[in-house]
Design a protein around this ligand. Structure first.
Ligand code: SPV
Ligand code: MG
Length: 555
């Protein structure tokens, strides 16, 4: 059902119908929320609120149309638009009706003020009205122009406002009704309702009457209803209430100069969120936007003592080593935040008092000397829900590697450096333990691939794999989906319950590395997706690594 139909149905029912004036989309929403059935898009309040201008036809037809459109879009209620004098003659009225109807406006009001009109309320003004013939012609034009037969055309006369007397008011009302108006708006500036009530006594036609009691505010709803008025427009009180609220707020702010003093004068932020539909926005974002990183929490494992870097790590762990003015941790945080990750936790242990960084949560594994990475990860147990990014504290990586890991499908996704295969011969025999991997479908030498949707899964991971068999190196960066986190929790809990039993390469789960968890998941039949990178990362595990970092990092 069109809004015009809804308005007609409402007007066809018994009794007086109230319409409340809105000055913008938000005020229209408030009117709807308060339970009123019709919105009046007022030229007075739109001019005042949106342009701080007098209501004298300074706003063009398209400007008032735009305001009415915003008001209409914000509510399910039917909107009656105040179209002043139709912005010209009958030709302008035709376009006005076409445009307002197209915007979904249910009712259109056209008054017999000459262009440029002056607001009916302003005192001490010389007023000029269109001739009866001219305005009746506009009403005929409006009725002919409407496409939806339900659109309500209201003809408004300013005869009483202009001081032309009751007789003229009646003559005009009759002429406009004869021209086909669906309703007549009889405006009055008398200080009481007497004038309008007298008109109602004299009005014998079936065409229903609309009033705007701004200047005779003591009239009651019941009095108007008893007099047979069909529609009452409370045109500008919402704006005036808002202005009073703004003045009080500003006065309090000027006096107190602190925001909490405003509490009695302002609504909670949540109320604004509700009116503008923030929940709906969130729902759409979740449903349709590519999955970003804003729901990911990163857990950096920085508890270890970094013995391989002594004496550099005598007074601090690896992550607090400086590289050209910034610590490894600061550089990691910068990359994570650039990748959209806000929630970051760091697990400290060795020299924990030196591990500082703004905006992160800290957890401690004080038994860092007698436990492994997995124990550190579970020291940050409160973080282990939703999507989790796991990372070693001694690696630096390009944002592109992070993005790739976060984009990949899978409950457990790890970044694997394929360049390791090419470097292997130069590195043998291995001077330090390396997290080697064997994967199901590694990239073949000499074969080109875009790689994005190629699925390669983890077969083996650990430090005891024969280097010749390895197809890459785990760089220490892994993403777990909510289900992946659950799987990790279950596997860990199971191993903890088993106590001293070996946990893959570790003597027991207490000493286990993250790679032991990965292998345990694979062994239990849970796929671990391997995302390929060719370099694009550094680790700072030995003095040579540290020197290389200084050489390779430019700033
Ligand atoms: C309006 O609200 O713009 C009206 C009613 O037209 S009045 O201001 O009384 O003219
Ligand atoms: Mg107006």
């Amino acid at each position: 059902m069109s809004k015009a139909h809804a308005l007609r149905e409402l007007l066809a029912g018994p009794g007086l119908v109230p319409a409340v004036g809105a000055h913008d989309a938000l005020s229209a929403k408030l009117i709807e929320a308060a339970g009123f059935p019709v919105v009046w898009s007022s030229s007075f309040t739109v001019s005042a609120a949106q342009r701080a201008m007098p209501d004298v036809n300074l706003l063009t037809m398209t400007e008032t149309l735009e305001a009415a459109r915003h008001i209409d879009n914000a509510v399910r209620l039917p909107v009656i638009a105040d179209c002043d004098n139709g912005y010209g003659n009958a030709v302008n009225v035709v376009r006005t009706v076409e445009e307002y109807e197209r915007a979904g406006i249910a009712g259109i009001c056209i008054e017999d003020n000459l262009f440029p009109k002056k607001c009916s309320l302003y005192p001490g003004m010389r007023r000029e009205l269109a001739s009866i013939e001219e305005h009746a012609g506009k009403i005929r034009a409006a009725k002919k122009a409407q496409r939806d037969a339900a659109t309500v055309i209201i003809a408004r006369t300013e005869a009483l406002i202009a001081g032309w007397g009751m007789k003229e008011a009646l003559r005009r009302a009759q002429a406009y009704a004869e021209a086909g108006a669906d309703m007549i708006l009889m405006h009055s500036k008398a200080p009481t309702a007497a004038e309008v009530l007298e008109f109602m006594r004299l009005w014998e036609r079936p065409t229903p009457i609309v009033v705007v009691p701004t200047l005779y505010p003591s009239v009651t709803f019941e009095e108007l209803e008893a007099a047979g008025v069909k529609l009452v427009i409370w045109a500008n009180q919402v704006l005036r209430g808002a202005v009073k609220g703004m003045q009080e707020t500003l006065a309090t702010l000027g006096r107190a100069r602190r925001l909490d003093a405003l509490a009695p004068h302002i609504v909670a932020l949540e109320e604004i969120y509700r009116y503008v539909g923030v929940d709906e926005f969130k729902r759409i974002e979740t449903e349709f936007l590519p999955r970003g990183a804003s729901d990911v929490r990163a857990v950096i494992i920085a508890a270890g003592s970094g013995k391989s870097l002594l004496p550099l790590t005598e007074d601090r762990p690896q992550c607090m080593l400086d590289i050209k003015g910034r610590t490894v941790l600061e550089r990691q945080l910068e990359t994570l935040r650039a990748g959209g990750i806000q929630e970051i936790a760091v697990v400290r242990g060795y020299r924990k008092e030196t591990v500082v960084a703004p905006g992160v949560r800290f957890y401690d594994n004080d038994a860092f000397d007698e436990s492994g990475e997995l124990a550190s990860l579970f020291a940050a147990e409160p973080e282990l829900h939703g999507r989790v990014l796991f990372l070693y504290s001694d690696i630096l990586f390009e944002r592109a590697v992070l993005d790739k890991v976060l984009r990949a499908e899978g409950d457990v996704v790890i970044a694997v450096d394929r360049a390791w295969v090419d470097q292997r011969d130069r590195l043998l025999p291995l001077a330090k333990p390396v997290d080697l991997v064997v994967t199901s479908d590694p990239p073949r030498p000499g074969r080109r691939s875009l790689g994005e949707d190629w699925r390669d899964e983890l077969v083996l991971i650990g430090q005891r794999i024969a280097p010749e068999a390895a197809t890459g190196e785990f760089i220490g960066l892994a993403a777990l989906s909510p289900r992946g986190v659950e799987l990790a929790r279950e596997s860990h809990a199971h191993a903890v319950a088993a106590g001293a039993a070996p946990f893959h390469e570790a003597a027991s789960v207490r000493y286990a590395a993250f790679t032991d968890l990965l292998q345990t998941l694979v062994a239990a039949g849970h796929p671990v997706t391997c995302v390929s990178t060719w370099k694009g990362w550094l680790e700072i595990d030995t003095f040579e690594d540290y020197q290389r970092a200084w050489a390779e990092i430019r700033s």
